[in-house]
Design a protein around this ligand. Structure first.
Ligand SMILES: N=c1c2ncn([C@@H]3O[C@H](COP(=O)(O)OP(=O)(O)OP(=O)(O)O)[C@@H](O)[C@H]3O)c2ncn1[C@@H]1O[C@H](COP(=O)(O)O)[C@@H](O)[C@H]1O
Length: 134
């Protein structure tokens, strides 16, 4: 999936300076982030309506439109697909650790995975619930 999204992102970057008369992408860039955001939100709503209606084929089509509009918004915001993949990997790593956490909130695992070894340790926050801010 990430391959095709990366290809789409590159296609969007290549299209943004084309003639807005012929390129939908160039037209979206001409109109700016608020128009892009509106199109993205519209596609998201179409996906959820189709899902609620049980129309899987329409969900697939509208999801492709949704992802296209998402990549346009990423490009406009200066966000690259790899930035999103990195955040997803970070969450995956955290979830992997959370699953290994013992039931007691104060006990932390002795050994983190090699990939996590260089990262910041997890801090048990439960004991700080009553602490006031200054
Ligand atoms: N992947 C897509 C892509 N996916 C969806 N869409 C368009 O986005 C539309 C969905 O938005 P809408 O439902 O709003 O379309 P609409 O009903 O015609 O409404 P309007 O946008 O005209 O108001 C679809 O009908 C497609 O035409 C896409 N448009 C372009 N791309 C790719 O983007 C790249 C640049 O293409 P251009 O923008 O044509 O230069 C190329 O690689 C294209 O393949």
């Amino acid at each position: 999936m990430s391959d095709s999204l990366e290809r789409l992102y590159l296609a969007v970057l290549a299209a943004r300076d084309l003639d807005p008369a012929t390129s939908r992408t160039a037209r979206l860039f001409q109109r700016g982030p608020s128009k892009m955001a509106k199109k993205l939100a519209e596609e998201a709503i179409e996906v959820v309506i189709d899902a609620v209606n049980g129309d899987s084929e329409a969900v697939i089509r509208e999801s492709a439109d949704l992802l296209y509009n998402l990549t346009v918004l990423w490009a406009s915001a200066g966000v690259r697909p790899e930035d999103v993949w990195r955040e997803m990997t970070r969450r995956e790593d955290l979830l992997g650790i959370a699953e290994k956490l013992p039931k007691s909130p104060m006990k932390l695992p002795k050994v983190a995975s090699p990939r996590m070894a260089s990262r910041r340790p997890i801090v048990a926050l439960e004991g700080r619930a009553g602490r006031k801010r200054h």
